[in-house]
Structure formats: structure tokens, C-alpha cells
Design a binder for this molecule. Structure first.
Ligand code: APR
Length: 170
């Protein structure tokens, strides 16, 4: 696999990268899962800042400071809720990755960490989501030589295995 792309297991809130990606909801006002973890670790200034953003439609992304996180920035993106796959879910998940990479490029970010967007509460089948993640990361690394490191962060070994399988298969 491309050395600039790595699958890691851990808590994304602990990573010293230019930006961590948050799997948010359209309100951007926090929630459970990785969204809750990021808000807890970043502190109350994050919520105060997010209140000024006016939300984020599914498939789009917004950048904020990282506040108390070790990461300099947070890129909040809203993945699709899985409804069976024929309501534009693959296109929306693809758009999440592309919009996060667009913001990374616009802000000259060199390192970026993604959680498994939509693979928790939003119920996206992990293997299908991992294939999209892998394809979009590869394309972004090819298109943006300034991007030195992309981490796909699994919260547990089983998700890491799914990501590694997707890497090996593509
Ligand atoms: N670090 C890395 N990954 C994490 C962490 C963490 N600290 N906490 C959870 N995860 C993983 C989950 O195990 C899952 O694989 O992030 C992935 C995404 O799961 P969710 O956080 O449930 O996100 P998603 O499925 O996109 O649902 C988004 O959940 O928390 C709410 O406000 C959020 O409404 C939104 C919805």
C-alpha cells in the first residue's frame, strides 16, 4: 500500500495531524460516536464555533480549528445514513471524502486522519464504505503531492481488518 496512506487503530482525538475528520451530523452541534469524542476532547469552544457555521448538508465538509485537540484543524463532514444503497448513499459518501480532501488542499494541510465515516450510527456497510475510502484516498494522494500522510483510523481491530482487506483488494 502507498506509504503515504496507512490504516491505524486508535482514538482519532489523540492524533497529532494537521486535521482530523469528524463524522458529524447536519447540525454540526455534536452527537455520539466519534463526533462526541471529538467535541469532548476539543472542548466547549468547538461547539461555540460550530454554532456560527449554520450546519452542513450531507456530503459536504466544513473546517474549524482543533481547539484543545493535538490536531490543528477539524474537518467536519456529514456522511449519508444507509437506507439500502439506492438513495445516493455511495455518491454522498464519495462526496464526503472529496470535499474533505478539497478543504485539505485549500488550506495546505499535509496530514489528515479519517474515521470510518457513516460506519457506526449511520449503518453504512463497512466493506462498501472501506472501498470508497480507499479509492478516494488513493486518488487524492495522486492528485495532491503536498499531501504527505493520510491515516484511516479504525476504532477497533475488526474495522482495521476491513480497511486492510479493501487496501489489498484494490
Ligand atoms: N476515534 C476513531 N474512530 C471512532 C472513535 C474515535 N474516538 N469513536 C468512534 N469511532 C468510529 C466508530 O467505531 C465507527 O467505526 O467511528 C466510526 C463512525 O461511527 P459514528 O461515530 O457512529 O459516525 P457515523 O456512523 O458517521 O454516524 C454519525 O453519529 O455521533 C453521531 O453526531 C453523529 O449524528 C452523527 C452520527
Amino acid at each position: 500500500m502507498n506509504p503515504r496512506l496507512q490504516v491505524v487503530v486508535g482514538d482519532i482525538t489523540q492524533l497529532h495531524v494537521d486535521a482530523v475528520v469528524n463524522a458529524a451530523n447536519e447540525s454540526l452541534l455534536g452527537g455520539g460516536g466519534v463526533d462526541g469524542a471529538i467535541h469532548r476532547a476539543a472542548g466547549p469552544e468547538l461547539l461555540a464555533h460550530c454554532r456560527t457555521l449554520g450546519g452542513c448538508p450531507t456530503g459536504e465538509a466544513r473546517i474549524t480549528p482543533g481547539f484543545r485537540l493535538p490536531a490543528r484543524h477539524i474537518i467536519h463532514t456529514v456522511g449519508p445514513v444507509w437506507h439500502g444503497g439506492d438513495r445516493g448513499e455511495p455518491q454522498r459518501l464519495t462526496a464526503c471524502y472529496r470535499n474533505c480532501f478539497r478543504l485539505a488542499r485549500e488550506h495546505g494541510l499535509r496530514s489528515l486522519a479519517f474515521p470510518a465515516i457513516s460506519c457506526g450510527v449511520y449503518g453504512y456497510p463497512r466493506e462498501a464504505a472501506a472501498r470508497i475510502a480507499m479509492a478516494e484516498c488513493r486518488q487524492a494522494l495522486a492528485d495532491n503531492p503536498g499531501l504527505e500522510q493520510v491515516l484511516l483510523v479504525a476504532f477497533d481491530e475488526s474495522m482495521a481488518a476491513v480497511l486492510r482487506q479493501a487496501a489489498a483488494a484494490s
